[in-house]
Design a protein around this ligand. Structure first.
Ligand SMILES: Cc1cc2nc3c(=O)[nH]c(=O)nc-3n(C[C@H](O)[C@H](O)[C@H](O)COP(=O)(O)OP(=O)(O)OC[C@H]3O[C@@H](n4cnc5c(N)ncnc54)[C@H](O)[C@@H]3O)c2cc1C
Length: 378
């Protein structure tokens, strides 16, 4: 089927409105109870309390089978949950990666023991994961990873370093891509994924502060880290295929265009308060753009729901979403020239943070190169 035929947004199932209403009530309650303030960066605020509450209400592992702690509901229900969390600016850093991509990866490629050990904890909002892909010389060019896993009598020995690992200092596990054999002509052979226990394996975790001075990133150093054999995920040498499936989950969700949602709504409110008719055209254009991105991302959720591979469509959401977030920032700066821009003010935080959103999960140049290849343009 052509990419264009796949991209028809599905009709939301019956029950969506009720789910949305329940979520909004839950979010208001949890905000009163835990006192969180809205933040558009989905991995910006770590709250184990919030993630546990979310898990207890059945809003994590939404699509997973019940035997692993999931709800056996649809990808579209999960989409609604994700969208409401983002619109509220809820503190999602603890569970986000585990629920979005590590759990689905384990469900698809993990051993039965790994699924039984890890998925129920993720669904309860108690077990958190990091992504161990990037290295100093292997970001966009992921096949260039040099972190090596070597077989030992007991299992594996890992040597190397990962960088930009979000929340490795607070999470429990990192799914880490390593070289285990020759790269072959494609350079995609000989890669494998491993489950690294960040609390008990002897990984050194060094903080890296972002432009705001916040500790979100880390360097993970593996200096002869010994792990047991059962930490291999999937098949030895299949890491490239596995990592690609993980990236489809990472790139296509609504978080790819919600990063400036609260800046957009506050700019609309400011323009309304000033009775600024001239601002309406610029804001209207942004809102229409937002709605069309939402249709595209919803269409991707529909493809996932039908068991398809959203490949190029996920890259489109990621690239166009990143461009949209920067457009919101530019319009907000134009329309609120007097707004304070220190790192303590919302606009100042956005100025320092939003450009980095385009990089995580794959840069614009890389997304466009994937799109061009899939469309047969190169
Ligand atoms: C907020 C944030 C959170 C992150 N969290 C994680 C995480 O948890 N785990 C993790 O593993 N990584 C994480 N990353 C890293 C992220 O995935 C990488 O930054 C990204 O893949 C780009 O890699 P790089 O930084 O090495 O840049 P490089 O690959 O060095 O790219 C530098 C520039 O060159 C361009 N470029 C590179 N190759 C090409 C090419 N072939 N054609 C055209 N242009 C090219 C790129 O587009 C970019 O503009 C995070 C990054 C950010 C900003």
């Amino acid at each position: 089927m052509s990419i264009f035929a796949q991209l028809t947004p599905p009709v939301l199932p019956e029950g969506t409105a009720r789910l949305r209403a329940e979520l909004r009530e839950f979010l208001a309650e949890s905000r009163r109870a835990l006192g969180w303030t809205p933040n558009s960066n989905f991995i910006g605020v770590f709250s184990a309390e919030f993630s546990r509450l979310l898990g207890a209400r059945g809003y994590l592992g939404v699509t997973w089978p019940k035997e692993y702690g999931g709800q056996a509901s649809s990808a579209l229900d999960r989409y609604i949950v994700t969208e409401e969390l983002l619109a509220a600016g809820a503190p999602c850093a603890a569970h986000w990666v585990a629920d979005r991509q590590s759990g689905p990866l384990l469900l698809r490629f993990g051993s039965e023991a790994q699924r039984r050990d890890l998925l129920p904890g993720i669904a309860r909002g108690e077990c958190y994961f990091s992504i161990g892909m990037s290295e100093p010389d292997a970001g966009s060019d992921l096949a260039a990873v040099r972190t090596r896993a070597t077989r030992t009598p007991r299992g594996w020995r890992i040597d190397g370093a990962k960088v930009w690992t979000s929340n490795a200092h607070v999470n429990h596990y990192a799914i880490t891509l390593c070289r285990t054999g020759p790269a072959g002509d494609s350079r995609h052979e000989g890669l494998s994924q491993f489950l690294i226990d960040l609390k008990t394996d002897s990984v050194r975790i060094n903080p890296i502060l972002n432009l705001l001075g916040d500790h979100e990133f880390n360097e993970m150093v593996f200096d002869g880290v010994e792990i047991p054999a059962d930490r291999l995920i999937g098949k030895e040498g299949d890491g490239w295929t596995q990592v690609r499936s993980e990236l489809a989950f990472e790139r296509s969700g609504p978080e790819r265009f919600f990063g400036t949602f609260h800046l957009l709504t506050s700019t609309v409110e400011a323009a309304r308060a000033r009775g600024d008719k001239a601002a309406e055209r610029a804001l209207g254009r942004l809102i229409v753009h937002f709605l069309s991105l939402r249709s595209l991302s919803l269409a991707v959720a529909g493809v996932l729901q039908a068991g398809g591979d959203p490949g190029v469509a996920a890259a489109l959401v990621k690239d166009m979403g990143a461009r949209f977030e920067l457009d919101v920032l530019e319009v907000a700066r134009d329309l609120m020239p007097d707004a304070a821009t220190t790192p303590d003010d919302p606009l100042g935080r956005a100025i320092l943070q939003v450009p980095s959103y385009a990089l995580r999960g794959g840069t614009p140049e890389i997304m466009r190169s994937i799109i061009a290849r899939e469309l047969g343009l190169r």
